[in-house]
Design a protein around this ligand. Structure first.
Ligand code: PMP
Ligand code: GLU
Length: 394
């Protein structure tokens, strides 16, 4: 009875595994949880205060579908300042998280017969989001030797007459790769030449560790703005994952079409969350720098610790908050290893299968220093118990 376009689509594995780890912790197990892609630090106090004030001032009614004008304006300014783009508030659509922004984009802009290029390893939701719009995800592999950076020549090879769009995600979830100016320019040139739509997901733009720096494809090629949807939000930058606010910027006509999709599905995002997001974008940005510094230290500690474990290979990510470890040295697929880590060592991670990469396991280092130390100790003991050899067979 289910719709054909749902074939093969399951729940987001990151969310499923994060829920499983949380349930174990609630049941009293000392699980070291590296699953969730969300900062463990609280939402900044001034943001929470703005939400409380919004409730007390009765800003609790429907708002315009695309978001309150002040927030659209603040989001446009926020994106323009960092990228030199020239978005007007009318080119911004505020949605229920960046995932919803992406959903609206694919629904409004793709259809049956369209092919959408997605680089692997990919964030788990890109292929299902494309399929939910009846279009076809076409996976273009990146290579570990290239730091998981996209190869414009591989993109050219994947092009067909049906190629409609290209999805970029820099910094990347799960690899942490930050795409450099040269590759962005080459990808932009290709997109312009073939009139491809570009969906650039820059949700981790504020989480890049020096000397790396975030660069948008719209800085590398401002003229590409006419065929690009830029997606960003407050979930990661301001530790606001539960508030559900993301935004998309793009050509006015496209944003209007996406707003129509939203107007018939979810209407405006929660009014209170919008006021909180406004405070986040317009308030003191010190909290962002603090979080970035904390995450940088945790990254260094986690990657160093994981690299010492036999059978694991882990590059230091330039951005986002994930350590992406090659576990092929352990002799079993990632899913089997992650299951053993959870069962035998109470270490919860996300195996790479859902990211199109069955030899890797993702650790989120948006976890406390204490969790990182406990997880490393548990994995060290697990590894020692096996004499540093490959795992038992399932
Ligand atoms: N894009 C990427 C690459 C992500 O990792 C996430 C994480 N959830 C999202 C989009 C969606 O963010 P949000 O929570 O704002 O929907
Ligand atoms: N994006 C985060 C992650 O990859 C949150 C979970 C999700 O939205 O799938 O863990």
């Amino acid at each position: 009875m289910l719709a054909d376009r749902l074939r093969g689509i399951e729940g987001s594995p990151t969310l499923v595994l994060a829920a499983k780890a949380k349930a174990l912790a609630k049941a009293g197990k000392p699980v070291a949880d590296f699953t969730a892609g969300e900062p463990d630090v609280p939402t900044p106090a001034h943001v929470k205060r703005a939400a409380i004030e919004a409730i007390e001032a009765n800003r609790t009614y429907y708002t315009p579908v695309a978001g309150i004008p002040e927030l659209r304006e603040a989001a446009a300014r926020h994106l323009n300042q960092a990228r030199g783009t020239r978005y007007e508030p009318s080119q911004l659509l505020v949605s229920d998280g960046a995932k919803h922004s992406l959903y609206n984009a694919f629904q409004a802009l793709c259809q049956a017969g369209d092919e959408v290029l997605v680089f692997s390893p990919y964030w788990v939701s890109y292929p299902p989001l494309v399929q939910l719009a009846s279009a076809k995800p076409v996976i273009v592999a990146t290579r570990e030797e290239d730091g998981f950076l996209p190869d414009p020549a591989a993109v050219r090879q994947a092009l067909t007459a049906r190629t409609k769009a290209l999805v970029l995600n820099s910094p990347s979830n799960p690899t942490g790769a930050v795409i450099d100016e040269g590759r962005l320019k080459a990808l932009a040139a290709l997109a312009l030449e073939r009139n491809l739509m570009v969906i650039t997901d820059e949700i981790y733009d504020a989480l890049v560790y020096p000397p790396a720096a975030h660069r948008s494809i719209l800085q590398a090629s401002p003229e590409l703005a006419k065929q690009t949807v830029l997606v960003a939000g407050v979930s990661k930058t301001y530790s606001m994952t539960g508030w559900r606010i993301g935004f998309a910027a793009g050509p006015k006509e496209w944003i209007e079409a996406m707003t129509n999709v939203q107007s018939h599905s979810t209407s405006n995002p929660a009014s209170i969350s919008q006021h909180a997001a406004l405070a986040a974008l317009t308030g003191d940005q010190g909290c962002v720098a603090d979080m970035r510094r904390q995450f940088e230290q945790r990254r260094n500690r986690l990657v160093e610790g994981l690299s010492r474990l036999p059978g694991l290979r882990c590059q230091k990510p330039d951005g986002a908050f994930y350590a992406w470890c090659n576990v092929s040295g352990l002799g079993q697929p990632a899913g089997a290893i992650a299951a053993q880590w959870l069962e035998d060592a109470l270490v919860a991670t996300v195996p790479g299968e859902g990211f199109g990469a069955p030899q890797h396991i993702r650790f989120s280092f948006a976890a406390s220093g204490e969790t990182i130390e406990r997880g490393l100790r548990a994995l060290g003991a697990w590894s020692a118990k096996r004499g540093g050899k490959a795992c038992r067979t399932a």
